[in-house]
Design a protein around this ligand. Structure first.
Ligand code: GAL
Ligand code: CA
Length: 343
């Protein structure tokens, strides 16, 4: 009998302790992250970084953050359903890497109805759509800047070693352009400004080919294989709107039997691990860092600030009430090597 009472007492005390604990549990916040495609190298990196940074922020703020990543599989209707689910399940913030960047109005309106702030990133919605609601934001970088940096890299090479770059010695730079998805702001801007930079510097250019490869390595490889077969003139330079496509180009060249020293001058954007290694190896002339870390960090910062109902102005000065802009930076061979040696 005594033992029974003691056991009951223990149970009672334990349950008191437990409920006490529950009351002291930190608040739990939920961030729903909708990615246009988890197969995309740069985007999946941003997603992973968000998960890691949320963990760090939990410690700092004494809160619990659940980050849920979902894959839109390149379909806007799939993504809309995912957003609906986040909103129905009472998520605190949604981060949307929108599939079709002209389709943001629907998502902004839904988020507003549910009063859940929405942070778009990397795929920039049209401005009028962001203007529909004060709690709609965009975190990203200006593709024109990346384009100019690519152009500058090629321009410097042209000035420093034209005799090597201009393989057929005609004083004209023969190039091909591999573009990202049609209509993506980074496709349009990187393509335009890379070439403009060379044109403005007076470099005579001859475009031998231009094609979309949807940011994908495999598609870029196939396209390059075709150009290598079909084009009589030597391709002296390759502009790729991102690194995966630049790597696809190099795959094609090496597979065709070309020696590394005979590769055209190839430039990309993103500074993925593999591309930075290719720059170190001298297979790529350079790349432009697309700040995945910064993008993820800003989203987590903004999300936490809003979830804790703190004023956003304390952490960031928004441009035109909605925008947080990140800077690109150039990664040439010296930078790529220095990066590896840095602690
Ligand atoms: C670009 C990036 C590409 C691809 C694309 C997806 O900024 O350079 O590699 O990730 O975004 O929207
Ligand atoms: Ca030439």
């Amino acid at each position: 009998m005594r033992a029974k009472i003691a056991a009951l007492l223990l149970l009672f005390l334990l349950s008191l302790g437990l409920t006490g604990c529950i009351r002291q549990q930190p608040p739990v916040f939920r961030i729903g992250v909708a990615l246009y495609s988890q197969e995309d190298t740069f985007i999946s990196t941003v997603g992973q970084k968000m998960e890691r940074l949320a963990k760090e922020e939990e410690q700092k703020r004494g809160i619990k953050i659940n980050v849920t990543l979902v894959d839109g599989d390149r379909s806007q209707s799939v993504q809309n359903e995912q957003v609906d689910r986040f909103l129905n399940q009472g998520y605190d913030i949604i981060c949307v890497n929108i599939v079709d960047r002209t389709a943001a109005a629907v998502i902004v309106d839904k988020a507003q109805r549910a009063n859940v702030p929405v942070l778009f990133f990397n795929r920039e919605p049209v401005e009028e759509d962001l203007d529909r609601w004060e709690s709609a934001y965009y975190v990203g970088a200006d593709g024109a800047q990346a384009g100019r940096m690519q152009g500058q890299l090629v321009l410097d090479a042209w000035h420093e070693r034209q005799e090597i770059l201009d393989r057929n010695g005609d004083g004209i730079l023969q190039y091909v352009m591999l573009e990202g998805e049609p209509g993506h702001q980074d496709t349009l801007l990187r393509t335009e400004y890379s070439i403009k930079t060379l044109q403005e510097a007076g470099v005579p250019l001859d475009r031998l080919g231009s094609s979309t490869a949807d940011w994908q390595r495999g598609k870029a490889r196939l396209k390059m294989e075709q150009w290598l077969k079909e084009t009589d003139t030597t391709i002296e330079a390759v502009f790729a709107n991102n690194d995966d496509m630049a790597l696809g180009v190099i795959d094609a060249c090496l597979k065709s039997g070309m020696q590394p020293q005979d590769l055209p001058l190839v430039v990309g954007v993103d500074a993925t691990e593999e591309a930075v290694q290719a720059v170190r190896d001298g297979h790529m002339a350079g790349t432009v860092r697309n700040d995945a870390e910064g993008e993820a960090a800003w989203m987590i910062q903004v999300a936490c600030t809003l979830m804790e109902s703190k004023p956003l102005e304390e952490v960031v000065e928004l441009v035109d009430d909605h925008y947080i802009w990140l800077e690109y930076s150039l990664v040439d061979q010296a930078a790529a090597i220095a990066e590896e040696q840095a602690p």
